[in-house]
Design a protein around this ligand. Sequence first.
Ligand SMILES: Cc1cc2nc3c(=O)[nH]c(=O)nc-3n(C[C@H](O)[C@H](O)[C@H](O)COP(=O)(O)OP(=O)(O)OC[C@H]3O[C@@H](n4cnc5c(N)ncnc54)[C@H](O)[C@@H]3O)c2cc1C
Length: 410
Amino acid sequence: MKAPDIRVELYESFSELSTAGANITISKRARYILHKMNLEDACLKACRNAGDDKSKSPDLQETNKSTFRRLDALRISRGDFMKILFNSVPSKNLRLGKKLTKYTFIRENGPIGLQFSDGTRAICDVLVGSDGVRSTVRGQLMREKARLSDDDTFHKHVDPRWSGTIIYRSLIPRSRLAVQNPNHSLLSTGQIYLGNNQHITAHPFSNGMLDVAISITDLSKEGSPWPSNNWSSQLDKETSRRKLAKRFLDSNKEVQDLIKVFDMSIETAVMDVEPLPFYVRGHVALIGDAAHSALPYTGGNASMAIEDAYALGRILRISMTTKDTLPISLRAYQRIRKPHGNNNIHNARQVLREFQLNGNSGTDMESAIQRIRYHFHETFATTESTPDTDLRMALSWMNSEMSKSRHGRS
Ligand SMILES: Cc1cc2nc3c(=O)[nH]c(=O)nc-3n(C[C@H](O)[C@H](O)[C@H](O)COP(=O)(O)OP(=O)(O)OC[C@H]3O[C@@H](n4cnc5c(N)ncnc54)[C@H](O)[C@@H]3O)c2cc1C
């Protein structure tokens, strides 16, 4: 989105742009945005090159095969997607190796000073905190709010919250599973195996590997602090299998066969952000995971970040937005995006519970599957509304707020 009167500078803490990660899911609404920005074709091409023309998301066990395809979502490798985005940003606007440590309001509702870990500084009119789940900008905003309002409850939004769940993730050659069980359903399709306080998602990649993620929850730990700054560690094959075999002793043969071939894995604490009471203050706004990182069980985070960026970009470039009206414009962004972002957090928490048969459906598998479907539809917003419908609401609200403030002044 180009706007001749706005200069965008992108500060990234890493010294090179990271293309790490597996697949991300692009929802129908996010695809609409990529299409408008002339980026959808490049994404489809990357999916085709990876041998994955359409969504190849796993099916829920014992259900028909259409759940994800009907959602019109696209699954693309994070690396490919990042490259497509990088190529669309002029390199003169990128500042790599710049880790923001602090911002300062130079004047209330005025410019903002930025400080980086290398000792350098910068000034901007609007600070958009797009710095992920461990956001420095969110941390500072929430701590300031706690101090100014003398209300400690804002501190719960500073650090990510542990769900009580650990994911064990491994890539396994399909050929190894075929030796263990030549009739295993994972040799032909993805699956999600629901269970009591544990579940497994597994889907085949076109390169002959199976991506397997085993999630185990201790509900008594939900919301408690994760003891270390490090959320992930590598486990060797023996430790991985030993940790998992006992848990799945009573499971069906398919699951037991899968555990027998499970390889060394990455063990990761599953975190999200407690839904925020606000996304903006003065000239500072939060977008993406910084504002509403959800548990990874609906796969909605990347799409939500795309929708936030589009909404904020469109609002900032309209003529009604000037340096004087920025606080109103940013609040308009918050009005349309906060409900979606916070809802995504709730949906993902509900999906995890239904996957692990400890949600509203209890152990009723059929009901759990229905509810999971419902939450996926909510996340991927296959309703009639498009991001532009939301924008029209934002613009109409801005009009009315600006007219009120003009009358207030006269
Ligand atoms: C390495 C990595 C791998 C991932 N893999 C997957 C995956 O396989 N599947 C999936 O669904 N999602 C994955 N995600 C998450 C997914 O990218 C995000 O949920 C989603 O895209 C939302 O993006 P975001 O820009 O809000 O946050 P992020 O993608 O987390 O980006 C935040 C960026 O801000 C930078 N940053 C953080 N703090 C500072 C600071 N103080 N100053 C300057 N820069 C800072 C980070 O280096 C990062 O580049 C991954 C994220 C990362 C960072």
